[in-house]
Write a protein that binds this ligand. Structure first.
Ligand code: MG
Length: 377
């Protein structure tokens, strides 16, 4: 039996490089939204919070693309008004990807480069179109998706809340079917994790909160260069459907299940070792950042960890949130990724110590649009 119960998971994380989280979210059915603020400290987070609050206050009771779009327009006016009143900072802005889900109806209002996806019959489909410079270049056939990931101007947004009074969002209306899943996320996920991998995680993780955590953790393991925000929605409680079917089936084929389980354990042991060999982590050691290959801690009493080298990065020079994470170890998918993170720490420390520069240097300047970029590694 399909239970017509919507379930969802949500999480936002500062990431491993940024000092502040400028993303905001709301997950209050039938409304779900992600906002990625820009403009720096005490601006980006203010803009994204105002946008989410105004959006929530203006959301209609029933899903309607036009009315949800009007709520996003109200949020735009609120961000502009706040900046004029001296709340936050001039030039602050934010993306908004807002969705309303009820029964089989899904409506989306979209501004900026946060995204909405639909997982339909096991395949991930992008619902929204990015309002970004690189998205325009891709559509014009000038660059590929892969080139866009490393393009120096990949963080330039061509439409956002907080700039233009006459800004209008893109609107989408869809019908969702049995087993479909919806993903909303900031570019802290999509800049770090390829669509194919996102699809794989969603397909293999029925529980929406577990899927959310797996996606955020994947972005962190890939380097966590940006704030990352994820909402996963199961419109018709599909996770419960799978569990009920699995229970029924296991009674009928218990022996097959036991055999499969034994094979799975054997594969898991080999898999964990292979995974450990390719993984790496950073940890605080004698007040310096040290690089290890393998996994933090032990698995069933077995250590799978090999010392690589100690860097010249002093733990006390790093932002507090990174210092805290270093106490327990920060895991990466490869030694290269761990070394990349060390390089980005060095660059940020050097920028902070440069004369007349209290904070890390911002990304490349953009043609009038607020920029939230992380310089290319
Ligand atoms: Mg971002």
């Amino acid at each position: 039996m399909i239970k017509e119960v919507l379930s969802f998971g949500s999480r936002t994380d500062t990431g491993l490089v940024r000092e502040h989280n400028e993303d905001s979210l709301v997950a209050r059915p039938p409304l779900f939204a992600v906002a990625d603020g820009m403009g720096g400290h005490e601006a980006g987070e203010v803009a994204s919070e105002i946008a989410i609050e105004t959006l929530t206050a203006n959301t209609p009771a029933e899903p309607s693309a036009t009315e949800l779009g009007n709520a996003v327009i109200a949020a735009n006016h609120a961000v502009i008004a706040a900046a004029l009143e001296g709340v936050g900072k001039p030039g602050m802005g934010t993306t908004v990807t807002a969705a309303m889900v009820k029964g089989t109806k899904l409506v989306v209002a979209q501004v900026g480069d946060s995204r909405a996806y639909l997982l339909h019959e096991g395949s991930l489909q992008r619902i929204t179109r990015d309002h970004s410079y690189v998205a325009d270049l891709i559509e014009q056939g000038e660059i590929t998706e892969e080139e866009a990931r490393w393009h120096p101007q990949r963080s330039v947004i061509t439409r956002a809340l907080g700039g233009d009074e006459n800004m209008v969002p893109d609107l989408y209306e869809l019908t969702v079917g049995e087993g479909d899943r919806i993903l909303l996320c900031s570019d802290g996920l999509t800049g770090m994790v390829l669509d194919e991998r996102i699809e794989e995680i969603l397909v293999n993780t029925p529980d929406p909160q577990e899927a959310t955590d797996a996606l955020v953790n994947e972005a962190l393991q890939e380097g966590g260069h940006d704030n990352v925000t994820v909402i996963v929605i199961n419109p018709s409680g599909q996770d419960q459907l799978v569990v009920e079917k699995a229970v029924k089936r296991s009674k009928a084929s218990l022996i097959a299940f036991v055999i499969a389980f034994v094979i799975a354990i054997g594969a898991a042991v080999g898999g964990v070792y292979a995974y450990a060999r390719s993984s790496a982590y950073l940890v605080a050691e004698n007040e310096m950042v040290a690089v290890y290959r393998g996994l933090v801690g032990d698995i069933a009493g077995v250590h799978l960890s090999w010392y690589d080298h100690t860097t010249d990065v002093r733990v006390s020079d790093l932002p507090e949130n990174i210092q805290e994470r270093l106490d327990n170890g920060i895991t990466f998918q490869s030694l290269d990724k761990a070394n990349e993170a060390v390089d980005s720490y060095k660059a940020d420390i050097a920028a902070a110590k440069a004369p007349g520069n209290g904070t890390p240097a911002p990304g490349p300047a953009s043609g009038g649009a607020p920029d939230q970029g992380q310089p290319a590694q």
